[in-house]
Design a protein around this ligand. Structure first.
Ligand SMILES: Cc1ncc(C[n+]2csc(CCOP(=O)(O)OP(=O)(O)O)c2C)c(N)n1
Length: 380
């Protein structure tokens, strides 16, 4: 007995009964990624939606190939291809309503284009012209974010603010498996769950963060399990099954819209190509692995389902390919024109109110450009 107890001043009592603050069971992901294509659930899927998804996947595959070709021609500085991940890209864009917001990472140009952004404007960051070459407000698409996971707190902030204002807005934020190790991922998920923010986090687990495979990235049972620690549901989906990704994301968006709070969706997919055109993937992964994933190609999976059910014939396939070629030809033609850029634009859109330093630098540049123009004039 302690001295205090001997004096009778302290009476130990048991602590209040403890119980988990929420039941973790409903938050846990299923044991297997959710699938629709090739299962009984496919019969329930809307044929029109499947056909639309197919057309977008074919266009997306072609867009990736064209953009990669543009890097080889020196028209694009860099392109992080989403070949193999088109189902996630397309579904993410299609589940959103006009008033919702998309928060993409650098790998998500396809989602940005599928949402309606001009295919050339979507590439100006990767051409090195502008940080964001499109007006984010026009289609409600935030800038393609290169610093990993920084788009996530932005998505939460926007969705939380919209909710405080009473606006019916959901934000869908995309991030890679490597991005889930960032502090921003943690902060975004924590705030989202505490505030019950109408936001959906889509983690595309494509196996690698550049050369770092998932097992060196995390010890979590799955990335979807990370949701449970924050108090939101984690869902696992086959990321190459466009119908399944569309369904799971639609459920999550609906839940967010109805006040049910955030959801973390982990889509199991695979990056079929190198991290970017600047990477050599053969240095860290074998051909056998890539071949295995080629057998689970998102475009082929959907094409098989549609043809098996008589929802797509040779003509339909041909039309989809022609539309994709039209998109690629337009992209090629417009990307082959030299952009007209004004160096003074460097100073626009940096701050709402430019700082004195920026104003000073702007004047320096203006003087240099004027001097250059004058000397060009005298030497001509
Ligand atoms: C904050 C930050 N740290 C490091 C990098 C460098 N970096 C660029 S891409 C990348 C890997 C990201 O992998 P993942 O999140 O899985 O996305 P993926 O590229 O596979 O789509 C890294 C580490 C960065 N862009 N931002």
């Amino acid at each position: 007995m302690t001295v205090m107890e001997q004096r009778g001043a302290y009476r130990p009592t048991p602590p209040p009964a403890w119980q988990p603050r929420t039941d973790p069971a409903p938050l846990l992901p299923d044991a297997e990624p959710y699938r629709v294509l090739g299962t009984a659930a496919a019969a329930e899927a809307d044929p029109e939606l499947l056909r639309r998804l197919y057309g977008e996947l074919v266009k997306g595959r072609r867009y990736n190939a064209q953009a990669t070709a543009l890097t080889k021609q020196g028209r694009l500085a860099v392109y992080p291809s989403s070949t193999g991940q088109e189902a996630c890209e397309v579904a993410a864009a299609l589940v959103l309503r006009d008033q919702d917001w998309l928060f993409p990472s650098y790998r998500d140009t396809l989602a940005v284009v599928a949402r309606g952004v001009d295919p050339v404007e979507a590439l100006t960051l990767l051409r090195g012209d502008w940080h964001t070459g499109y007006d984010p407000h026009e289609h409600r698409v935030a800038p393609l974010s290169t610093p990993l996971a920084t788009q996530l707190p932005h998505a939460v902030g926007l969705a939380h603010a919209a909710r405080l204002k009473g606006d019916d807005v959901v934000a869908l934020a995309m991030v890679g498996d490597g991005g889930t190790s960032e502090g921003d991922f943690h902060e975004a998920l924590n705030f989202a769950a505490v505030w019950q923010t109408p936001v959906v986090f889509l983690v595309q687990n494509n196996g690698f963060a550049i050369s770092v495979p998932l097992d060196k990235q995390t010890a979590a049972p799955s990335l979807a399990h990370k949701a449970v620690g924050y108090g939101m549901p984690g869902r696992l989906v086959d990321g190459n099954d466009a119908a399944a990704v569309h369904e799971v994301l639609s459920d999550a968006v609906r839940r967010a819209r109805e006040g049910g709070g955030p959801t973390l969706v982990e889509a199991i997919t695979y990056r079929m190509e190198a991290h970017t055109n600047a990477d050599d993937a053969t240095r860290y992964r074998g051909d056998a692995e890539v071949e295995t994933w080629k057998g689970h190609d998102p475009v082929v999976l959907l094409e098989r389902e549609l043809t098996a059910r008589g929802l797509l014939d040779e003509d339909g396939i041909e039309t989809a390919r022609r539309d994709a070629e039209t998109l690629a030809a337009d992209l090629r033609e417009r990307m082959n024109q030299d952009p007209v850029l004004d160096p003074m634009d460097l100073f626009s859109h940096v701050y709402a109110e430019p700082t004195p330093q920026l104003l000073e630098q702007r004047e320096q540049l203006r003087a240099e450009l004027a001097a250059e123009a004058e000397s060009e004039g005298t030497h001509r």
